[in-house]
Write a protein that binds this ligand. Structure first.
Ligand SMILES: Cc1cc2nc3c(=O)[nH]c(=O)nc-3n(C[C@H](O)[C@H](O)[C@H](O)COP(=O)(O)OP(=O)(O)OC[C@H]3O[C@@H](n4cnc5c(N)ncnc54)[C@H](O)[C@@H]3O)c2cc1C
Ligand SMILES: *[C@@H]1O[C@H](CO)[C@@H](O)[C@H](O)[C@H]1NC(C)=O
Ligand SMILES: *[C@@H]1O[C@H](CO)[C@@H](O)[C@H](O)[C@H]1NC(C)=O
Ligand SMILES: *[C@@H]1O[C@H](CO)[C@@H](O)[C@H](O)[C@H]1NC(C)=O
Ligand SMILES: *[C@@H]1O[C@H](CO)[C@@H](O)[C@H](O)[C@H]1NC(C)=O
Ligand SMILES: *[C@@H]1O[C@H](CO)[C@@H](O)[C@H](O)[C@H]1NC(C)=O
Ligand SMILES: *[C@@H]1O[C@H](CO)[C@@H](O)[C@H](O)[C@H]1NC(C)=O
Ligand SMILES: *[C@@H]1O[C@H](CO)[C@@H](O)[C@H](O)[C@H]1NC(C)=O
Ligand SMILES: *[C@@H]1O[C@H](CO)[C@@H](O)[C@H](O)[C@H]1NC(C)=O
Length: 475
């Protein structure tokens, strides 16, 4: 869906080689660390947008206690939108901590505990534009500092922060510009791409949806109140915090810097450069485990008919002390189909199979929505105005292909694998039906770093597990 993406990127050319695993970046205890004077001069260059960072919960610790600020932090703790704006927070609190060094700063912790810096960056540059980013990249390069990019801080593997690092906070870069007919830089004049939207690095999904919605257009992007549209979302995957390099501002698209363009779409955030702006195409607005097997067997045909969305399974949901049930709820959307009878007919073969399984209760319903905009705002982003974060989690997931699900015993094998994991009370499995259709068809047309298995995928199943923030590393 991001074929026509243009990424302006500050390319750390030196870092694109092999990782240098035997060497550490400059540490605050070493003489290479910038002097107070040098930090102040960077601050001046950035128009005073450089801040020394402490974890957000530091105001609740005994040494730094501030009652009003602590109350504030406590009430905002789970608010993902607030977390995205804070230099001293990311979204998963476990990635804020550095348990190997016994450094945590959780509000859940006993109030007498010292607040450790953990993996929270020591300095944050709240950059406003590409030239600010170039200054920071050059400063980090000159002093050999560990540099990280935090957009919203959602990264599931903690890559938007790193111990003893300098942070580039892209959050303030909010420019959105719609264009009627996008001509990528370097493309032949007759090769324009139709309507598109340019996004600065800090734009978040609801801001993007609202901006294009007000022009009666839409985009294909994710569903979250706080995830960034131009950062890790597009770059998906990847690993190490950015290695500082030359700081050149380049444009990557299908016509120039093609290798970088390839890498930036799926090759991982924070590795190949800092994306300052991305352009994406817009579109005009137009017994339980047996049931689980049937559902997965039916999924390829629902997906082929245009269905996409999510499903949530709770294999072991306790109702009271003695009884639990297994349940699944699915929400598939069929863009540009308005005839609900047609949708109900698509589900008929599955529903009649499910109704034949003793003990299974089925409810299904097709609801028409007037536009993609209202589906996004009234369904996907309904409820509280932020994603609930500030919790701990590690997750595991697998992609399942159409080939597997349409094979004779594929759905049964899938079920057997997940069933064998053993499900604790309340544990949930999330299914993402976000591939197939154009995602599959574009596999041959789009040259990008996206995992090629994605093109053959019908569902992405995942589960995660959290733990008490006060647990020890051993636990
Ligand atoms: C509640 C929730 C809902 C989600 N829904 C969806 C969904 O519907 N669809 C989907 O595809 N994904 C979804 N995701 C996953 C999300 O896209 C990824 O976690 C993504 O990496 C977040 O990117 P970010 O820029 O917001 O976060 P960050 O953690 O700030 O960044 C992620 C990575 O990208 C790097 N990075 C960020 N900005 C830049 C930049 N400008 N240049 C270079 N590197 C950069 C960071 O250093 C980090 O390594 C969801 C996540 C959550 C928590
Ligand atoms: C970038 O933003 C800084 C403020 O941080 C400002 O001083 C500078 O003029 C801006 N540069 C450009 C090219 O807009
Ligand atoms: C940068 O300057 C601003 C404004 O003077 C100040 O508030 C801030 O603390 C300075 N940052 C650092 C790291 O000293
Ligand atoms: C409370 O948080 C809000 C939002 O971040 C901020 O504007 C306000 O200054 C904070 N108040 C205190 C006392 O820290
Ligand atoms: C654009 O123009 C070139 C040269 O005249 C021609 O070869 C090409 O087919 C044209 N492309 C499109 C999409 O019209
Ligand atoms: C999009 O939907 C939301 C929620 O229904 C609504 O508030 C908003 O005005 C809509 N925007 C457009 C451009 O239709
Ligand atoms: C969007 O559609 C509405 C309703 O058809 C119309 O009133 C409005 O002018 C359109 N806006 C734009 C920017 O095209
Ligand atoms: C659960 O079972 C116990 C023992 O048979 C019984 O005493 C209790 O009332 C049951 N609780 C519920 C909520 O059914
Ligand atoms: C809706 O689809 C059904 C089944 O395909 C068809 O019989 C009916 O005529 C359609 N209704 C409209 C209004 O197109």
């Amino acid at each position: 869906m991001i074929k026509h993406l243009l990424l302006s990127s500050i390319l750390p050319a030196l870092a694109v080689g092999a990782p240098q695993s035997t060497r550490c970046r400059c540490l605050p205890t070493e003489s290479c660390w910038p002097s107070q004077q040098e930090w102040m001069s960077l601050n001046d260059t950035l128009n005073h947008n450089l801040v020394a960072v402490r974890p957000v919960a530091s105001v609740c610790s005994p040494q730094e206690f501030n009652s009003a600020a602590c109350e504030n932090v406590t009430s905002l703790w789970t608010d993902s939108v607030w977390r995205s704006s804070q230099p001293g927070a990311i979204q998963w609190e476990n990635w804020e901590a550095w348990p190997e060094r016994h450094q945590t700063c959780y509000i859940e912790t006993d109030k007498s505990t010292t607040c450790g810096q953990g993996r929270i960056s020591l300095y944050s540059a709240k950059v406003q534009n590409a030239s600010d980013i170039q200054h920071v990249v050059r400063f980090a390069s000159a002093h050999d500092l560990r540099l990280v990019i935090k957009n919203t801080g959602h990264d599931f593997l903690g890559r938007s922060t790193a111990p003893e690092s300098l942070q580039i906070l892209t959050h303030s870069m909010k420019q959105i510009e719609l264009v009627d007919d996008f001509l990528p830089k370097g493309a032949p004049k007759n090769d324009s791409e139709g309507p598109a939207v340019h996004l600065a690095a800090g734009v978040q999904l609801p801001e993007l949806y609202s901006a294009v919605g007000s022009h009666n257009h839409t985009v294909i992007a994710g569903s979250s109140h706080s995830v960034g549209a131009a950062g890790g979302y597009i770059q998906g995957g990847g690993h190490l915090p950015l290695g500082p390099g030359k700081g050149a501002l380049v444009t990557a698209n299908a016509y120039q810097n093609k290798d970088l363009f390839w890498a930036l779409r799926g090759g991982g955030g924070g590795t190949f450069g800092v994306v300052t702006r991305a352009t994406i195409r817009t579109f005009p607005n137009v017994p339980f485990w047996d049931a689980w097997t049937e559902w997965h067997a039916a999924l390829p045909s629902l997906n082929d008919a245009g269905g996409s969305g999510y499903y949530f399974s709770l294999p072991n949901l306790p109702l009271n002390a003695n009884t639990s049930v297994s349940t699944m709820i699915s929400l598939l959307m069929f863009p540009e189909k308005t005839n609900t009878t047609e949708i109900e007919q698509l589900y008929l073969p599955l529903v009649s199979k499910l109704q034949k399984i003793p003990g299974i209760t089925v409810q299904n319903m097709a609801i028409p929505f007037p536009s993609i905009n209202s589906t996004v705002f009234d369904v996907l982003l309904a409820g509280q105005p932020y994603d609930s974060m500030g919790s701990t989690a590690m997750l595991a997931s697998r992609l399942y292909s159409k080939d597997l699900l349409t094979s004779q015993d594929g759905p049964t094998r899938l079920t057997n694998a997940w069933k064998s994991l053993g499900w604790a009370p309340g544990a949930a499995i999330t299914g993402h039906v976000v591939a197939g259709g154009a995602v599959a068809a574009n596999g041959d047309k789009i040259h990008s770093a996206v995992n090629s298995a994605w093109r053959r995928t019908v569902t992405h199943l995942l589960f995660s597990k959290g733990w008490d923030a006060t647990a020890t590393l051993g636990e």
